[in-house]
Design a protein around this ligand. Structure first.
Ligand code: SAM
Length: 297
């Protein structure tokens, strides 16, 4: 366990401002997209003073630096856990020196703890409470499971768990794990997904047994902002054209007519299930599906 050494040669502590824009992080080898970095920045900057952001899988420091940048806002702490030996797909590597060099080159952060160990071992020795857990280690099913099982008990109530390479685009093993363990789990609420990061909050489900899924994907935003009909002169035809669900349950449908274009909407509601997809009465595109095993829709 060690912290990165003090500044490397040529480093100027004033360079902390180099991260005034997260575009700079693209120069560090890694996989996180700009939208994912923004998401990490946003969640890490909400973590309160002295509280902990823990990352499993740091590689060469791209995500770690982003978390550190967010943590600066409220003086939160960052713990980076990695063997620095890469995952199966990386081959025979050792990224530790490069990680340390990148941290030193770009930051003068005193709030970083680096644990150079397998996540499972590290969890046995590390005692504390985590406000934000970022899981980006090995993406094999059994490893994701180990990471989750080893650390999730340390995540505080109301804390967040973010999985990289999960939804909407991601690794099948990570997705399968999340589907099996997180969806339908009363202790976790799905919050959002951006590119390949999905965000869960540890808290009792707002609506027990309800399965919610909203993709915050580029496609969603394109449909929302680009082809959304909100505020336009639209004629709606259909069964109950201005309602999302049929007041009598069962099917509802509508067609929004805008110029020569036709935009469909369809919904269904029964005692146990409800869903809709298409252009909503207010004009924007929407998709939602909910399952209530106790009945009562
Ligand atoms: C996809 S990379 C992480 C990328 C990093 N988050 C970034 O944004 O650049 C996965 C990392 O997980 C680490 N890793 C794999 N298995 C691990 C384990 N069991 N415990 C700790 N780290 C592990 C690898 O060494 C590798 O650096």
């Amino acid at each position: 366990m060690r912290r990165p050494e003090a500044s490397s040669p040529g480093h100027d502590n004033g360079e902390a401002s180099v991260f005034s824009t997260i575009k700079e992080l693209r120069h560090i080898d890694g996989w996180l997209t700009e939208r994912e970095l923004k998401l990490l920045l946003s969640y890490s900057s909400k973590v309160k003073k002295g509280k902990v952001i823990l990352e499993i899988g740091s590689w060469k420091g791209r995500s770690t630096l982003c978390l550190l940048e967010g943590a600066k806002k409220n003086h939160a702490k960052v713990v980076a856990v990695d063997t620095f030996k890469g995952s199966a797909e990386h081959g025979d590597v050792d990224t530790y020196d490069e990680f340390i060099a990148n941290i030193n080159r770009h930051a003068d952060y005193g709030n970083l703890e680096v644990i150079r160990d397998a996540s499972e071992n590290a969890a046995q020795k590390w005692n504390g409470e985590i406000s934000l857990l970022f899981i980006d280690g090995s993406h094999k099913y059994e490893d994701v499971e180990k990471d989750f099982n080893s650390w999730e008990g340390k995540v505080e109530k109301g804390g967040y768990i973010l999985f990289h390479d999960s939804f909407p685009q991601g690794w099948l093993d990570v997705q399968l794990f999340i589907i099996r363990r997180l969806f339908g789990n009363d202790d976790y609420n799905f919050i959002k997904a951006v590119d390949t990061i999905s965000v869960f909050r540890k808290e009792p489900r707002r609506h027990r047994n309800e399965l919610r899924f909203k993709f915050d994907s580029p496609l969603h935003e394109f449909l929302h902002n680009g082809i959304g009909l909100s505020g336009k002169e639209v004629r709606r035809k259909g069964r109950y054209p201005d309602e999302i669900f049929s007041p009598r349950n069962g099917w509802n449908w509508a067609l929004a007519e805008y110029g020569n274009f036709r935009f469909p909407f369809i919904s269904y509601r029964s005692r146990y299930i409800k869903f809709y997809i298409g252009w909503l009465p207010k004009g924007n595109f929407g998709f939602k599906s909910s399952l209530n095993l106790k009945g009562g829709y």
